[in-house]
Ligand binder design. Structure first.
Ligand SMILES: *[C@@H]1O[C@H](CO)[C@@H](O)[C@H](O)[C@H]1NC(C)=O
Ligand SMILES: *[C@@H]1O[C@H](CO)[C@@H](O)[C@H](O)[C@H]1NC(C)=O
Ligand SMILES: *[C@@H]1O[C@H](CO)[C@@H](O)[C@H](O)[C@H]1NC(C)=O
Ligand SMILES: *[C@@H]1O[C@H](CO)[C@@H](O)[C@H](O)[C@H]1NC(C)=O
Length: 483
């Protein structure tokens, strides 16, 4: 896989592409390319829909989670959702770096049919769902997604989508509207099925990793803040608040994923950078083992293709070159005898037999609003063989031109913390947490506070057993998804 393609990632190039025969003049291709998905699109239809609502019955939703963040194992987290009527189960990667939900559809080109993640893959078939309807070009959703009704648009032209992820993998297909079944929190560790109608992509063609990976899933559930995301659609329909939290369990696998207002644990937050499509926050300083790194001040600037992005769909953590070099030299400074070697041109690895938490320093990121994020050696180092460890930190300067100045914090950094995304108040925060335990959420309709527990979706017993993996497999997992 071409590593240089990776950092296009950072900003998730969402490419909405419609190829329609529009007029007598022939085959006109509309290419609406959004450098930043979502933000530039006006989903005014959803707004109008929202305004028409009077009664809001806001539920807390419990999304069963599986997977883990170990680069040498699954390297990703996924959730189980139900689609259609009767509903069938789909396993989708949870990705806070992209904006739509899509699943592999019947008759699709290069869709995976089996997975080593221990989940049964299912191709979605609109024809076998009583509640499925196609979304056509003149649909409110489509018009909003493309900033207005497209020229030459007719009732029977399907509304198509195409997303290119940062690792170069891509999915294309057409939008459908169907029933989404989710677990509404109804009591302590108790849920009941509820549903809502959402528009999602029916994948007709996958390419790159999405079509070939052994760690395949049914699709991707984009948890971005654009109006096209599932959470935005459910919020516009008055079903949920635009707030969610995840606790990705890197120790036992799975974890907690809940939509709704978290009341416990208490979490300090930092403001999201305004007018950014992704969950972008302002970093102020980096400490390694208690020493602040001396860095050029402009390194922490925010804006287009700058700043720090929180992205659950990325496995590792990517730092601008200056930051990477300064941090790495501080980290290894204590270990004079360490011999670093590069593996697959990408990973800095070394032999070490002691306890890494004793031998290496804690990295602490400081954010606006006095929020800090500590990353321990056992988080940023991963073991590929008994005594061989590799750094999860990556140099984004080695990737593409585009992502050079960005910091991208993926599962490596986000695991074992409760991470809260409050879209309504444009804030994001986290706290160290035991992701095998439970959190408390408020059910908006009754005002009651209920606990939501951890899940570990998957039947794969062989998944975690293989600690000794070839580098080929390792790379597969690491670059699995990057969005
Ligand atoms: C998204 O929808 C909200 C209300 O539902 C609206 O206020 C906002 O303007 C919309 N954003 C875009 C980019 O369309
Ligand atoms: C969706 O929810 C409604 C109301 O609770 C229920 O009557 C219906 O059976 C549900 N549909 C599906 C497919 O679960
Ligand atoms: C985390 O929580 C689980 C479930 O409550 C508990 O069994 C486990 O011991 C806890 N782990 C730690 C490190 O406290
Ligand atoms: C979670 O699932 C994985 C894969 O099935 C398994 O190896 C692991 O032991 C499970 N963890 C717990 C706490 O059940």
């Amino acid at each position: 896989m071409d590593l240089r393609s990776l950092l296009a990632v950072l900003t998730v190039v969402v490419l909405l592409q419609l190829g329609f025969v529009c007029s007598a003049s022939g085959n006109v291709v509309f290419k609406v390319q959004h450098k930043f998905a979502g933000r530039e699109r006006s989903l005014s239809a959803l707004k109008a829909h929202d305004a028409r609502r009077h009664r809001r019955i806001l539920s807390a939703v419990d999304l069963p989670l599986g997977g883990n963040g170990h680069p040498a194992e699954a390297g990703l987290y996924f959730a189980k959702i139900g689609l259609g009527n009767p509903p069938r189960d789909y396993y989708v990667q949870v990705d806070t770096g992209s904006d739509i939900l899509w699943v592999n559809c019947v008759n699709c080109d290069k869709c995976p049919t089996k997975s080593d993640l221990g989940v049964k893959l299912t191709l979605y078939d609109p024809k076998s769902s009583a509640s499925a309807t196609r979304v056509y070009c003149d649909d409110e959703f489509c018009a909003a997604a493309y900033n207005g009704v497209l020229q030459g648009c007719t009732k029977d032209l399907p509304c198509q989508y195409s997303v290119v992820y940062g690792d170069g993998s891509a999915t294309a297909g057409f939008f459908v509207r169907d029933n989404l079944q989710f677990e509404r929190v109804t009591g302590n560790l108790q849920t009941a099925s509820a549903n809502g109608s959402v528009v999602f992509g029916c994948g007709a063609k996958q390419s790159g990793e999405l079509g070939t990976s052994s760690e395949a899933l049914d699709g991707i559930l984009g948890f971005g803040q654009a109006n096209s995301s599932m959470i935005s659609q459910l919020a516009a329909a008055g079903k949920v608040k635009k707030m969610f939290a995840h606790c990705l369990d890197n120790v036992n696998g799975g974890g907690i994923f809940a939509i709704g207002e978290v009341v416990s644990p208490k979490v300090n937050t930092t403001p999201m950078v305004a007018n950014q499509p992704h969950y972008n926050v302002v970093m102020k300083e980096i400490e390694v083992g208690g020493n602040v790194l001396e860095l050029p001040t402009d390194i922490f600037q925010t804006g287009d293709r700058k700043g720090t992005i929180i992205d659950s769909g990325t496995t590792l953590a990517y730092l601008p070159e200056t930051v990477y070099e300064s941090m790495m030299s501080k980290i290894v400074a204590q270990q004079s005898g360490l011999k670093l070697h590069t593996v697959e041109e990408q990973f800095m690895c070394f032999q070490y037999s002691g306890n890494v938490d004793d031998g290496f320093p804690v990295v602490k990121f400081h954010f606006e609003g006095s929020l800090t994020l500590s990353v321990y050696p056992h988080d940023y180092l991963f073991q590929i063989r008994d005594d061989i460890w590799c750094f999860g930190w990556q140099n984004s300067g080695m990737q593409s031109k585009d992502g050079r100045d960005m910091t991208l914090l993926g599962d490596l950094v986000l695991s074992n913390k409760l991470v809260l995304y409050d879209i309504e108040n444009q804030a994001i925060g986290w706290t160290e947490y035991n992701c095998s335990s439970s959190i408390k959420v408020r059910d908006d309709s009754s005002g009651s506070v209920y606990s939501v527990g951890a899940h570990n979706v998957s039947a794969a017993s062989h998944l975690m057993s293989g600690r000794i993996l070839t580098f080929l497999l390792l790379l597969f997992a690491v670059f699995h998804r990057f969005s």
